[in-house]
Design a protein around this ligand. Structure first.
Ligand SMILES: O=C(O)CCC(=O)C(=O)O
Ligand SMILES: [Fe+2]
Length: 376
């Protein structure tokens, strides 16, 4: 598609997608009725790297946020994994159960009903296939529902009489998540020696009040031939961080050290935290944004709810000056979230390299490049 002739900086997240409409097929399969994976959804064998379950010392770190050492633990997890799980996070089990059951209620609606709330090609919110589908020749074994702010407009299409319980649950979750993600971001930043004076865009009270966010509900039906299907293809998140709630069915995998896929085992009530591309930029490459994917299984439906958390739309994100010195030159040029989303919409897994100034010196492996960049 042609670039727009006159470019004005989008001030709202939804506007970013207008520049890159994605004409995805919304002719979803009725997954439940299929006895085999059709060609449209059949992926070549998933054998790029071996997969293993998470166990012992080699499992994704689990951090109790009430631990007095939590800053250190979070810093270590971000540096060595780029992903961790947290317990004692202050989001109530009641709310987690509630969004899970509202999510289930949505995805178990008849297909024709869900399509009434279909995401428009140039829209951000609503029901549809994964937006990254446009980068792959095959479709994924999943469906999603995206919320920015209030879901009321689409929820009304789904349940004309009774959309308030869905909206109430999602809005309460967005509010709680916004606070929690801000708190978590400070925890991560303090592990890098960054404090309130260093981040002006945190706002006068330091609560990241102008932060942007997207709530993404993902549904992965059980699949008759799980080895031929892909739930959600490998990607990094274009966020500062992502907070993911998953039901008790496993499926999320992270690429460990560029050599193997490790399953993030569901822990009841825990939340998974991913380092996103923008935090990787802020940290000047110290914290890797984690490549992850979702696989499917033959017997269990899986549901996940991702809170994609980013900076205020027009704030320039660049390596923090405290993390830049002669032996650590800035690795990335300044970029706003909306510019970065734009780069992602064009370059997908090469977006991070498209804003890079020079190669990392510390042996960091840039997964986004799909080749190993090791320098120094
Ligand atoms: O379902 C999952 O575990 C992963 C979801 C995800 O990566 C995303 O929504 O960006
Ligand atoms: Fe993701």
């Amino acid at each position: 598609m042609k670039p727009p002739t006159e470019y004005t900086m989008p001030s709202r997240l939804a506007e970013v997608y207008k520049a890159h409409p994605a004409y995805l097929h919304h002719n979803h399969l009725d997954f439940e009725s299929l006895r085999e994976v059709p060609e449209s959804h059949a992926w070549p064998p998933l054998d790029d790297y071996p997969s293993r379950d998470s166990y012992g010392a080699e499992s994704v770190p689990v951090i109790d946020l009430a631990d007095p050492n939590s800053v250190k633990l979070v810093g270590y997890a971000c540096k060595t994994w780029g992903v961790f799980q947290v317990t004692n996070h202050s989001i109530s089990m009641r709310l987690l159960d509630n969004i899970e059951s509202e999510g289930q209620r949505l995805f178990s609606l008849p297909r024709q009903q869900k399509l009434k709330a279909a995401r428009l090609p140039d829209g951000i919110s609503g029901y549809g296939v994964a937006r990254i589908s446009s980068f792959f020749p095959k479709l994924m074994w999943s469906e999603g529902f995206t919320i920015v702010g209030s879901p009321a407009e689409h929820a009304r299409q789904l349940w004309p009489q009774d959309f308030s319980s869905f909206c109430d649950a999602m809005e309460e979750y967005e509010k709680e998540m916004k606070q929690f993600a801000g708190r978590l971001l400070w925890l991560i930043l303090s592990s890098l020696g960054i404090n309130k004076e260093d981040i002006k865009w945190a706002g006068p009270t330091g609560d990241f009040g102008d932060a942007g966010a997207v709530l993404q509900l993902n549904s992965y039906p059980a699949c008759p031939e799980p080895n031929r299907a892909m739930g959600l293809a490998a990607h990094t998140d274009s966020t500062l961080l992502t907070v993911l709630y998953q039901n008790s069915t496993s499926g999320l995998q992270v690429l460990r050290d560029g050599v193997e896929w490790v399953t993030v085992t569901p822990i009841k009530g825990a939340l998974v935290i991913n380092v996103g591309d923008l935090l990787h930029i802020l940290s000047n490459g110290r914290y890797p944004s984690i490549l992850h994917r979702a696989v499917v299984n033959a017997t269990h439906h899986r549901l996940s709810i991702a809170y994609l958390y980013g900076p205020p739309m027009n704030v320039q994100i660049s390596p923090l000056s405290k993390l830049v010195d002669p032996s650590h030159p800035p690795l990335y040029r300044p970029v706003t979230w909306s510019e970065y989303l734009d780069a992602k919409a064009q370059h997908f897994n090469k977006a991070l390299s498209s804003v890079r100034l020079c190669t990392p010196l510390n042996g960091f492996v840039d997964m986004n490049n799909n080749n190993s960049v090791k320098v120094g």
